[in-house]
Structure formats: structure tokens, C-alpha cells
Design a binder for this molecule. Structure first.
Ligand code: HEC
Length: 124
């Protein structure tokens, strides 16, 4: 390999390696952040494993969504999930106010979405 090829190689390889190493780390951090918020704000209804069986679930009609139900996320792309969280159907509280008041950030909502998707049953 001559020097020129080496330079090109490094110029291409380094950024791709960085993407490989940093993107998963960033995604994991996002999921972790989502988990923290979920435990505070969602688990009491949706349950700590997302099965819709939190301590408040029995009091609610309709019951909280079970995120591990087969195909749950197939019919709900991220944008739909976001809408369901911000402008929820009763008896779920809407979280738009938390966004407006700055208690939650846009990126927090995205992190929660990343986290609840970890409850999805792996498709067989
Ligand atoms: C007070 C209980 C309660 C809390 C707290 C709560 N939810 Fe819900 N959630 C529900 C109930 C009940 C439903 C079902 C509503 C319906 O289908 O009419 C639901 C439905 C959903 C749905 C599915 C909507 C759809 O597309 O069918 C999503 C997604 C969701 N909740 C996410 C969340 C997230 C994320 C949080 C925390 C930020 C949260 N919920 C907090 C009770 C709650």
C-alpha cells in the first residue's frame, strides 16, 4: 500500500469504525435514560416489564397497553407511539404538559420509546 492509499484507507476506515463503536453506546445510553423515566412515569400502570400489569392496572378501563403483546409495535411506528404518549387516551394521562413545562425533553420521549420497544417479544 502506498502512502496515498493508506491515507484514503484511514480516512474512510476511521469514521466507519467510530460509527460502529459509538452508535451502539449512544443507543444504549438512550435506552437506559428511557428506563429511568419509564420507572417513574409509566411502570405504575404498564408494569416494570411492560406487560400492562402495573400496580394501578386493575383500576383502569381499558387496561394499560401490554408492550410485549405480539405485533404491538408492528402497527405503531415511533411517530404513533409519540402521539399516544403526548396526547394519550383516557385513562392514560397525556404527557404534552410535561414537554411544554420542560419537565421532559423531546429526547426523553424518544428515549422512552426506545426503551418500551425493548419489551417487544422477538418475532419468531
Ligand atoms: C395512569 C396509568 C398510565 C400511565 C401512568 C401511563 N399509561 Fe400508557 N396507557 C394507559 C392505558 C390505560 C392505556 C390504554 C388506553 C387506551 O387504549 O384507550 C395506555 C396506552 C398506552 C400506549 C398505547 C397507545 C396505543 O397506540 O394503543 C402507549 C404507547 C403508552 N400507553 C405508553 C405510555 C408511556 C410511555 C407512559 C409513561 C411516559 C405511559 N404510557 C404512562 C395507562 C397509563
Amino acid at each position: 500500500m502506498n502512502n496515498h492509499t493508506k491515507t484514503i484507507f484511514t480516512a474512510l476506515l476511521l469514521p466507519s469504525l467510530m460509527i460502529f463503536f459509538f452508535v451502539p453506546v449512544a443507543a444504549a445510553a438512550n435506552v437506559e435514560r428511557g428506563q429511568k423515566i419509564y420507572r417513574f412515569k409509566c411502570a405504575k400502570c404498564h408494569g416494570s416489564a411492560g406487560k400492562g400489569d402495573g400496580p394501578m392496572a386493575k383500576l383502569l378501563k381499558p387496561p394499560p397497553a401490554n408492550f410485549s403483546a405480539a405485533g404491538f409495535f408492528d402497527s405503531r411506528p415511533d411517530a404513533a407511539l409519540k402521539k399516544s404518549i403526548l396526547k394519550a387516551k383516557a385513562p392514560m394521562p397525556s404527557f404534552q404538559a410535561e414537554l411544554d413545562s420542560g419537565r421532559l425533553k423531546e429526547s426523553d420521549i424518544d428515549a422512552i420509546i426506545d426503551y418500551i420497544k425493548t419489551f417487544a417479544e422477538p418475532s419468531k
